[in-house]
Design a protein around this ligand. Structure first.
Ligand code: SF4
Ligand code: SF4
Length: 373
């Protein structure tokens, strides 16, 4: 795509890679639902290009950008390697200052509410998904080699997820220390166009996590994991956080990645029939599609085939709050496909998907790691 006078070097580079082929349209959930080119990756690239070139950009254009789930499905499909999600982050920062006062205020408070544990914990018990099991886990505090990410909303909504991980790692002979710091990884701010606020949190996280001097940082929420693996690309080479951010990104592993090469024969195995929903941040963001499926299959679980497994469930961070109609339709479609072969349970790898799907599901939805504890 040709560009004219775009000051942002990174945006320019990304837009120029797009060859207009339109392959990405077929795998874009919003284009599938709405059938409008402007609700497709290619259409949104045009909108961002036009905005950055100082051409027309209306309230309607903002709506088309807001409808994007940031699911990265288009990146997986694109044959030219267009880094769409990096471009949309630039586009959103540009758009944010052009919103109406009421939109800005609403978005600000949703962002604050979700990323401030003191506020979020006030209402979290109403939505709590699971309690931590009571079994006691003995950890060797003298040898903290693995840092387990606490996260912002997960400890309050589903504490059993990290409890299960600690239990499993102890059985496998590892020591996991959960971060006491319950701060957002920065994804919520960044996806809402508050890139500066995201960087403040990211820097604080980097300092806190590297102080642990651990070899591995484990994330059990694929949304956070995808963001942390991206830390390295958020700083300029001259920035003093550049090296440190690279280090955090290299150390970060999803729990599935960590377990993939371990001997799991000591863990619980059951012959249940389950449906696995692969979060977008797992399959498109971290490119770890198929990993959880292979671990569960090796442990004896029967996984049902899922139609359109590459499509988003509609959770997508704060998407279900700001785009409830589209999020609901995507959830209905996803649950229909997940329940088609009558599984006993649905499992997933991200707290956002888990909470979103459970609201509409007749059968229980869990984090897959809870099955093994
Ligand atoms: S990130 Fe997802 S919703 Fe957004 S344009 Fe790409 S495929 Fe469509
Ligand atoms: S698939 Fe890639 S190159 Fe083709 S239109 Fe979409 S973003 Fe552009």
């Amino acid at each position: 795509m040709q560009t004219n006078a775009i000051q942002n070097y990174r945006a320019n580079e990304i837009i120029r890679k797009c060859v207009h082929c339109g392959f990405c349209l077929a795998t874009c959930p919003t284009y599938q639902l709405l059938g409008d080119e402007l609700d497709s990756p290619r259409g949104r690239i045009y909108l961002i290009k036009s905005a950055l070139e100082g051409k027309s950009f209306s309230a309607q254009s903002i709506q088309h950008l807001d409808r994007c789930l940031t699911c990265s499905s288009c990146e997986t499909t694109c044959p030219s390697g267009v880094e769409y999600t990096k471009l949309v982050d630039i586009g959103r920062e540009f758009v944010e200052v052009r919103r109406s006062f009421w939109q800005k205020t609403y978005r600000y408070w949703v962002r604050k509410f979700l990323t401030t544990p003191l506020l979020f914990n006030l209402i979290a018990p109403v939505f709590r998904h699971s309690k931590a099991q009571k079994n006691h886990i003995q950890t060797n505090q003298k040898n903290p080699k693995i840092l387990l990410l606490g996260g912002c909303v997960q400890p309050a909504l589903a504490p059993n997820i990290n409890h299960s991980i600690k239990n499993i790692l102890t059985k496998l002979g590892f020591t996991a220390i959960e971060t006491s710091q319950k701060q957002c990884c920065g994804a919520i701010d960044q996806h809402l166009g508050a890139n500066k606020a995201a960087l403040v949190k990211i820097k604080a996280n980097i300092d806190a996590w590297l102080a642990f001097d651990c070899k591995t940082i484990i994330s059990s929420a694929s949304g956070c994991g995808a963001m942390m693996k991206d830390y390295g690309s958020l700083f300029d080479k001259n920035d003093k956080y550049y090296q440190k951010a690279q280090e955090v990104s290299k150390k970060t592993k999803d729990i599935a990645e960590f377990l993939a090469d371990k001997d799991l024969s000591v863990l619980k195995t059951i012959n249940d029939k389950i449906a696995y929903h692969s979060p977008c941040t797992m399959q498109h963001g971290q490119k770890l599609g198929g990993l959880v499926e292979s671990i569960l299959t090796q442990l004896g679980y029967t996984l049902t085939p899922i139609q359109d497994s590459h499509l988003c469930c509609g959770s997508a961070g704060t998407y279900s709050i700001f785009q409830p109609k589209l999020a609901k339709q995507l959830k209905i479609n996803k649950l229909k496909n997940l329940q088609e072969k009558h599984p006993q349970l649905i499992v997933t790898a991200n707290i956002g998907c888990l909470m979103h799907l459970q609201k509409g599901s007749k059968i229980p939805v869990k984090h897959w790691i809870e099955l093994l504890s």
